[in-house]
Design a protein around this ligand. Structure first.
Ligand SMILES: C[S@@+](CC[C@H](N)C(=O)[O-])C[C@H]1O[C@@H](n2cnc3c(N)ncnc32)[C@H](O)[C@@H]1O
Length: 233
């Protein structure tokens, strides 16, 4: 298998890695907004264009066991009528849980940089009758959200794909309404799957990035088996 294919395989939920790719920079303003080191088609750190391949991983029948999507969304305590963002929504694994939590008066914004994922999600949302979900293509460096327009942002297995996370976090902060929260869920260092080890972010590092962006962040006790959960307000 070619090195790029290894990185691609390893970058995603459900894949264990032996990749030797270099780690994205995590320091401040000097870091590039888009990390191009892995040679990607759409200007973000990994190419998620092969939807069929990723569907088999992201929507694997055994994922619910360790991802516990219902529990995670319950933890977010979304109010009926709320607006929630699924950033890096991928194949749309979380959408029905989020759509159910905010109800018909609420709204789910499913954002992704990958056009093939966006197209896939639009078809899925129509098929599943999720009328309160809007799927949007976004740029890698900007969620394109209006100031104070959303109540919650969920970022699952995606934060490590963002190149300039402090700047991005500041953008998310400005999009949150008063009382709103940003939720970041990503793989722990010792999880049996997830991105290659050198791309994994320690929760303390994510905490520091969010704090630098002016958010008050905490690592929650309610840990998932393979991931940490961070809430920032
Ligand atoms: C590992 S998948 C996670 C998908 C989904 N959150 C899940 O848990 O099943 C990462 C997704 O984030 C998207 N992505 C990567 N960088 C992004 C960015 N800067 N903004 C929005 N989406 C991004 C990718 O296209 C991909 O669909």
């Amino acid at each position: 298998m070619r090195p790029f294919a290894l990185v691609l395989l390893a970058a995603c939920a459900g894949a264990t890695s032996t990749s030797t790719s270099t780690s994205p920079s995590t320091s401040g303003a000097e870091e590039p907004l888009v990390d191009r080191r892995h040679g990607h088609r759409h200007g973000h750190p990994h190419d998620f264009g092969d939807v069929e391949r990723f569907e088999a991983i992201f929507d694997a029948p055994d994922r619910d066991e360790w991802q516990r999507p219902g529990e995670l969304v319950a933890l977010m305590a979304l109010e009926p009528g709320a607006t929630v963002v699924d950033l890096g929504a991928g194949t749309g694994y979380f959408l029905r849980y989020l759509a159910g939590a905010v109800g018909p008066e609420g709204k789910v914004l499913a954002l992704d940089t990958e056009p093939a994922m966006v197209e896939h999600m639009r078809a899925r949302v129509a098929r599943e009758g999720l009328s309160n979900v809007e799927v949007r293509a976004v740029a890698p460096d900007d969620p394109g959200l209006a100031p104070a327009s959303v109540d919650a942002v969920l970022v699952v297995d995606t934060w490590h794909h963002i190149a300039n996370r402090r700047r991005y976090a500041a953008r998310l902060k400005s999009a949150l309404r008063p009382g709103g929260a940003l939720w970041i869920v990503d793989f722990t260092e010792d999880a049996p799957d997830g991105p290659p080890p050198e791309m994994r972010l320690a929760p303390e590092q994510v905490l520091a990035e969010l704090t630098d962006a002016g958010l008050q962040a905490e690592i929650l006790d309610e840990e998932l088996p393979r991931q940490y959960v961070i809430r920032a307000r």
